[in-house]
Design a protein around this ligand. Structure first.
Ligand SMILES: NC(=O)c1ccc[n+]([C@@H]2O[C@H](COP(=O)([O-])OP(=O)(O)OC[C@H]3O[C@@H](n4cnc5c(N)ncnc54)[C@H](OP(=O)(O)O)[C@@H]3O)[C@@H](O)[C@H]2O)c1
Length: 320
């Protein structure tokens, strides 16, 4: 099969398309023909070994797993002898798992109890591949924050993969959502359900001090002090992009005398998430945002866009 290999750490140029053996499913596994995937922050961070501790987990000198890609949309083409949940021809979307990766290829073998679910009828593979990363991350963090209907939620980085999903899910959960993005994305963020959109290139965020029950900083671009200032006393700050160095610094930072619950860490996707997103999509309550779609052969360009910090929603790759 064809796959995109990153056999060294570095820029997008380390990736090349090569022929590798097609996996053989074990008795509890499905062989999935991948039709679409996405190049997400997880992919470019692993490729660049950014942050450094990626090397502790994925290999000190070079990556132990050469095929990146944590999300997929595809079709079951073969099932192991013990598989009961799915059959040949089922269209599935979801996560491969951050440790396994492997979705930037024509095929992948995954255990049937993985973090994926059937795609709804009528959903395109490209749309399905644009959902898992941003929506699972947003759902997981909003859940941990205990967000409830009627709360005022601010999403910082509202046009990114996580931000565009967070705006839609918070709105769906009954929040009054304020999105923060740059000028060119204001209309998009409004169309996703934000009642108020602030433009970080023009608007003064300090005018909104103590204004929100939940502040979801999705991109790690706002300082801790600026983020805390936006949260009401007794509110919650989600730092979705917090790295270990930030966590250390934050441990010594002042909360300005306020009681604020700070949530950070790693979000994960589940099969239940995927079922939920399939249902929300069918009811037209959510829509994936796609910046651009590239064929697998042009995956270097997809990586370059993904790590630009100015993609809108997801960068999708199709596997023709
Ligand atoms: N904790 C976890 O488990 C977890 C899971 C997933 C992702 N993450 C992390 O979360 C972060 C975001 O991921 P993502 O995929 O959503 O990123 P992304 O899609 O690449 O984010 C791009 C967005 O960031 C916005 N942006 C760039 N500079 C900004 C600034 N100074 N102020 C406000 N917005 C700015 C851009 O908007 P404009 O173009 O309008 O500027 C763009 O739409 C990454 O660091 C990723 O590693 C963590």
């Amino acid at each position: 099969m064809k796959a995109a290999l990153a056999t060294a750490y570095g820029g997008p140029e380390v990736i090349r398309i090569a022929e590798v053996p097609t996996p053989t499913p074990k008795s509890n596994e499905l062989l999935i023909r991948i039709h679409a995937s996405a190049v997400n922050a997880a992919d470019w961070r692993l490729r660049r070994a950014d942050p450094w501790f990626v090397r502790l987990v994925f290999g000190p000198i070079k990556p132990r797993r050469a095929i990146l890609g944590v999300v997929f949309a595809g079709e079951v083409v073969e099932i192991g002898s013990a598989v009961t949940r799915y059959r040949q021809g089922d269209r599935l979307f979801g996560w491969t798992s951050v440790m396994k990766l492997g979705a930037h290829a024509e095929y992948i073998a995954l255990p049937e109890n993985g973090a994926f679910a059937p795609m709804p009828a009528g959903m395109a593979y490209a749309d399905a591949a644009a959902i898992p990363f941003g929506f699972s991350t947003a759902m997981d963090f909003l859940g941990k924050a205990g967000m409830i209907a009627g709360q005022r939620v601010l999403v910082y980085g509202a046009s990114g993969a996580v931000g565009s999903a967070a705006v839609q899910l918070a709105r769906q959960l009954g929040a009054e959502v304020t999105g923060v993005c740059s000028t060119r994305n204001v209309e998009l963020v409004r169309s996703l359900g934000a009642t108020q959109v602030l433009d970080y290139t023009k608007d003064d965020l300090s005018a909104h001090r103590n204004g929100f029950d939940v502040v979801f900083e999705t991109v790690g671009k706002l300082s801790f002090a600026q983020s805390i200032a936006l949260v009401k006393d007794g509110g919650t700050l989600i730092l979705g992009s917090d790295l270990p160095a930030d966590m250390l610094k934050r441990a010594f930072s002042s909360k300005g005398g306020k009681r604020v619950k700070v949530i950070t860490g790693t979000a994960s996707g589940t099969a239940a998430h995927m079922q939920h997103f399939a249902s929300l999509w069918e009811q037209k309550h959510i829509r994936p945002v796609i910046d651009r779609t590239f064929p697998l052969e042009r995956i270097q360009e997809a990586h370059a866009l993904a790590e630009s910090w100015h993609k809108v929603g997801s960068v999708v790759i199709t596997v023709p």
